[in-house]
Design a protein around this ligand. Structure first.
Ligand code: NAD
Length: 305
């Protein structure tokens, strides 16, 4: 068994991005963040993304809105960012308060600046396998982890647990896209006898949000395990009183797997790295640079009959 080191692979991607950012100077890629309210996880995610952008030589900006901001106020701000040629990428940090529809807010972002890949247009383009589409960052990061770890996807049976628009659905699209060519089964909370499917997986992607739901008996020997879950469980030994675990029972599943991502240090760092990669690509596109240099790594190959 080997561990897929998401920190190391993300670092490698960030170095590549940084060197490309230096090469396109004096143009500076700029990602604009929008955060609503003070959800502690959102505060920490946006701060991490801004720090990483600075390390990669990119500009970032942040606009904060109160928890009770209206849809109209957010729309007005997004319209300003859409029209600002110095802004290349826009990210509205989820989750948004209940009175706002995330789909409606995300859809206000111009397609060319949708570096998070959550607009209806971007997701539709992903389904249509159009080149140059910004895939959502976590699924794009998963594909990159597989690619850079030498995992053969063509002909493999990939089982995805979870059908969310953020992870499950887009990762299933990317895995089954032409050029990646996995055969994909999607399972979810209404799937009876989950283990029957997971035991058939050459590649198992767990995006559930339930601590250590995937146990050793549910895994085929030699499978590649990608654990997307981030769950906080009580741990009296920790200063904070809790620690992070994934959706996979790592200690018992790892000996059975050929490759496995840890939590933390697996998929998480890739999400941020892919956001930087997407922002660079958006900037290069805006500057009219040749397509070859700006295609996101996960852009599916155009359809050949
Ligand atoms: P979600 O709640 O939107 O979706 C969870 C999915 O799991 C659903 O589709 C549901 O049908 C399925 N599910 C729930 N219980 C199940 C069960 N018992 N059996 C089978 N399927 C079940 O969550 P999400 O946004 O897709 O996130 C999933 C996990 O990934 C969470 O822990 C989240 O924190 C984590 N996450 C991590 C990153 C990262 O960067 N590492 C990014 C996004 C999400």
């Amino acid at each position: 068994m080997s561990i897929i080191d998401g920190n190391a692979i993300a670092q490698q991607i960030l170095l590549e991005v940084k060197s490309r950012v230096a090469a396109i100077a004096p143009i500076v890629p700029h990602v604009a963040f929008v955060r609503v309210g003070d959800d502690p996880a959102s505060v920490s995610y946006v701060s991490k993304k801004q720090k990483t952008a600075a390390e990669a030589g990119m500009k970032s900006s942040l606009r904060l809105f109160a928890h009770d901001v209206s849809k109209e106020e957010l729309f007005a701000h997004l319209d300003t960012l859409n029209a600002d040629a110095s802004v290349h990428g826009i990210l509205v940090q989820a989750p948004l308060p209940g009175h706002l529809s995330e789909t409606e807010i995300f859809n206000r972002i111009s397609r060319n600046k949708d570096v998070d890949g959550f607009t209806t247009s971007s997701l539709g383009q992903l389904a249509q396998e159009l080149p140059g589409t910004f895939a959502p960052c976590t699924p794009a990061g998963i594909l990159e982890l597989l690619k850079r770890s030498g995992v053969k996807t063509a002909g493999a049976h990939a089982v995805v647990i979870g059908r969310s628009l953020i992870v499950g659905k887009p990762v299933a699209l990317l895995l089954s896209a032409r050029g990646t060519d996995a055969t994909v089964t999607v399972c979810h909370s209404r799937t009876p006898n989950l283990a029957r499917f997971t035991r058939e997986a050459d590649i198992l992607v767990a995006a559930i949000g339930k601590p250590r739901l995937v146990t050793a008996d549910m895994v085929k020997p030699g499978a590649v395990i990608i654990d997307v879950g981030i769950n906080r469980i009580p741990d009296a030994a920790k200063k904070t009183g809790c620690r992070l675990v994934g959706d996979v029972d790592f200690d018992n599943v790892a000996p059975k797997a050929s490759l496995i991502t840890p939590v933390p240090g697996g998929v998480g760092p890739m999400t941020v790295a892919m956001l930087m990669k997407n922002t660079l690509a958006a900037c290069e596109r805006a500057a009219g640079m040749p397509a070859q240099s700006r295609e996101p790594a996960t852009a599916p190959t155009p359809f050949k009959a």
